[in-house]
Design a protein around this ligand. Sequence first.
Ligand SMILES: Cc1cc2nc3c(=O)[nH]c(=O)nc-3n(C[C@H](O)[C@H](O)[C@H](O)COP(=O)(O)OP(=O)(O)OC[C@H]3O[C@@H](n4cnc5c(N)ncnc54)[C@H](O)[C@@H]3O)c2cc1C
Length: 510
Amino acid sequence: MENRYDAVVIGAGLGGLTAAAELARRKLRILVIEQHSRPGGAATAFRRGKFMYEAGLHMTATRGRDPELRELFRESGISDKLHFVPAPEFYCIHGHDFSFVFGNDIPDTIRRLKIQFPEESDAIDTYFHKIFSMSDTALQINQSRGLRHIFQMLAAPVLYRDTLKAMFANVGDFLDRTFRNERLKILLLANIGYYGDDPYQLSLLFFAIAQTGYYRQGGHYIRGGSHQLADTLADYITRKGGKIMTGVQVSKILVKDNKASGVEFYEKNRGKKQTKQIDVPYIIANAAIPHVLNELLEENTARRERKKIAKLEIAPSIMSVYIETDKPLSELGNAFYSTCFYDSRPFDLHGMADLHRTDYDQRPFILCDYSQIDAALAPEGKGYAVLSLFDYYADWAGLSPEAYRSKKAAAVTTQMERLYRKLPQMRGHVLRTEAATARTMERYLQTPQGSAYGFSQKPRQALLFRPGARSTVKNLYYASAWTLPGGGFGGAISGGKICADTILKDLGIR
Ligand SMILES: Cc1cc2nc3c(=O)[nH]c(=O)nc-3n(C[C@H](O)[C@H](O)[C@H](O)COP(=O)(O)OP(=O)(O)OC[C@H]3O[C@@H](n4cnc5c(N)ncnc54)[C@H](O)[C@@H]3O)c2cc1C
């Protein structure tokens, strides 16, 4: 087949679309192949009658302000066309016997934390000072260039010791060293659901960078649904001469002499028998790295990489219950956009991972009430919210379709009963619920174990330890939550940009 494209991107999630859009902006001809019927991957919302069901985005600190992405976001229209609605607060936590609203005004939040935990007053200052300073130093080193960058890297062991140590440390130990009060530790980690389920397996430096983004910029939702971010990037790629094919599955990456040379694919509605091939000089996998290595490459390729990747731990999935109500939840007793419920039983930080992995009637959950903001997801006078909690593929694997359906229905009933106990006024006002599990994520995103964030952000798997954009197969690149810097909207978008920059560098384009 003729060589019409400079690169093919496997998957139209945010990482793939960002890489494609950036390369298209730099005049490369790009083909994006997506197996689902629309672009977006986990950045998606879908219509149900008059409601728009947000399937993923709860909040993001990314709004196209990142200097590295400013040009792409401006040219593609993301900065102008999309409306990033600020969440009124970062989160509210309902603990076993306490609650606290972590507001967007950080000095005020610190003041209220000190009132609630006066004995920890100095430690609270230390916490925020260290988190901000680790994050600022890491970003400063990352953004420096040339001689300055080399100097900063060399001087890091002396000048930036805390930041360097944080690369190897975990959040749980850091909180244990900083505070004595278990409630306070849990309160500061209430949104751990954005990163992973275990504080002692969560990179301190990664947490500091991600959390600082929220502390400083607040969380935002994309008015009308997160799919618009993907659609805007997809439109831009097309305007720049690229092509997006949906409903098309890539079944193989073609490799000659350890160099990727093309892909084999088929239209899903026609079936596997009618595969086609396309030759392209560059291949970008937005698809999950384990899927690429185990299913798209021949067994005898990338042996060392395969072994290394097989040892990495995968982050858990998320179960979501989408909830329509006949009134906004603010009229049914709910006062917050994002509420983290940790109130099933008392526990300390060491018990947090177990609690997330326990039975459905005990697991902490987050309620995201989109009707608290101008989210434009529910029709006038109605409400839409999503209840989410960690979910584990092993709990669903091997079930027959019938057993799966009945287990899922039972899990939804359990979660709704728990919610009614928190917000009794909601009872009788729910119009409809629908749910997605780890198994749903695995099916729609083709991501192993339905993982929401790719490889888990353990210290030895985060940041510089995470797979980069280059694979060991020449001309095969990665751009997704599975690469540096990691999961989340911001992470996948940055991963896409890093991938595009790496290819441009390899092509000698500045
Ligand atoms: C329920 C849920 C809630 C979340 N909430 C938030 C949030 O509030 N804030 C936040 O920042 N992040 C959130 N995230 C995380 C964030 O959405 C993801 O980390 C990020 O969107 C992943 O992007 P990605 O580019 O890595 O790929 P994905 O979104 O996983 O997309 C990969 C794409 O590749 C396609 N694909 C795979 N294999 C093939 C193949 N062989 N051929 C063709 N196509 C293929 C898939 O169909 C998919 O579209 C959430 C995730 C989930 C699941």
